[in-house]
Design a protein around this ligand. Sequence first.
Ligand SMILES: *Cc1c(COP(=O)(O)O)cnc(C)c1O
Length: 387
Amino acid sequence: MRDLWPAAASIDLDAIAHNVRVLRERAGGAALMAVVKADAYGHGLVPAARAALAGGASVLGVAQPTEALALREAGVEAPVLCWLVPHGADLTPLVAADVQVAAAAPWVLDALVTASRAAGRPAVTQLKADTGLARNGAYALPLAAGGATDWSDLVTHAARLESTGLLEVVGLFSHLARADEPGHPSVRAQQDAFAAAVDEAERAGLRPAVRHLSNSAATLTEPTAVWDMVRPGLAVYGLSPVPQLASAAELGLRPAMRVTATVALAKRIRAGQGVSYGHTYAPRQESTVIDVPLGYADGIPRHASGVAPVQVHGRRFTLSGRVCMDQVVVDVGDLEVAAGDQVVLFGAGDDREPTAQDWAEAVGTISYEIVTRFGPRVPRVYQGVGA
Ligand SMILES: *Cc1c(COP(=O)(O)O)cnc(C)c1O
């Protein structure tokens, strides 16, 4: 089958384990929750999770319940925290599978207690405070000076339910809005708000074992935000969360994903021949164009048309004309290229190959989106520990 699929995302599992070690060192040895949501940012949920655990992660974080259950079905036994549960859903399968479910509102705790009765074991939760991201989490900032908050309601409710023995609160956490702008006053303000939220939870009688705030950017730039654990995603995969300040290499990180394809067809075309849909590009002279069998259905952004870099035989070129559903075209001039030759879209950056960060800059997005977009049609090929 591999012979019949001319493109692949190779995933360097050793790089993932290495990045986890680097991040733990940056966090002064604190525990690390590897965030493996969205198919481990496109790297493959289960192999990436196992590599992160091999590198020293002790907990896995996912957004969706289905992701948590997929880890359990694959036999991954490490603690898993899942932080987006649908309202009204039966959480019994999660409690039965020993998945920690984050609560951002009292109704989540009620659903967990119901599930705990059905599963015959206590439900384990971590409470999520909104300290200023204004997304998920119980809002911990008072609307009027001295007023009660959603967070106050959540911690009081949690303490009451914990006393029934059906619920166990093992953690408190929050998420930063602007950690990728180190020194921004909102980072300090959110740290202070989190400290106040932790105090309030402890005053309500909760004794959570872990408190955590740091995403990749904070883990790398904000040592004072560590608490008991850090919670990086992007940096686990070797990409810089602060590319304006430091490259992955400068941070000691190694990009784990390398996307390559083999040339489907190479041919000479005439000067002035419009290339791909809309003829938005045409070579000035007779030229060789190569057809590369990856398109927007695979995760190549259509905005990469005419701007994103690729490497062929060690030389850099730019996508020529529009990205199609299954194919892109590259004008390689007079370079000798034949069907079956390899094209590198992006990788770790060795030997001047483009990186996911180069793609992000070309397209006007973030490297998170570049790697996460690669969909199930592109085979993942694993290398390194546990492959
Ligand atoms: C996605 C996510 C993370 C990881 O963020 P990175 O910027 O990739 O490190 C951490 N915590 C929460 C709640 C998230 O949603």
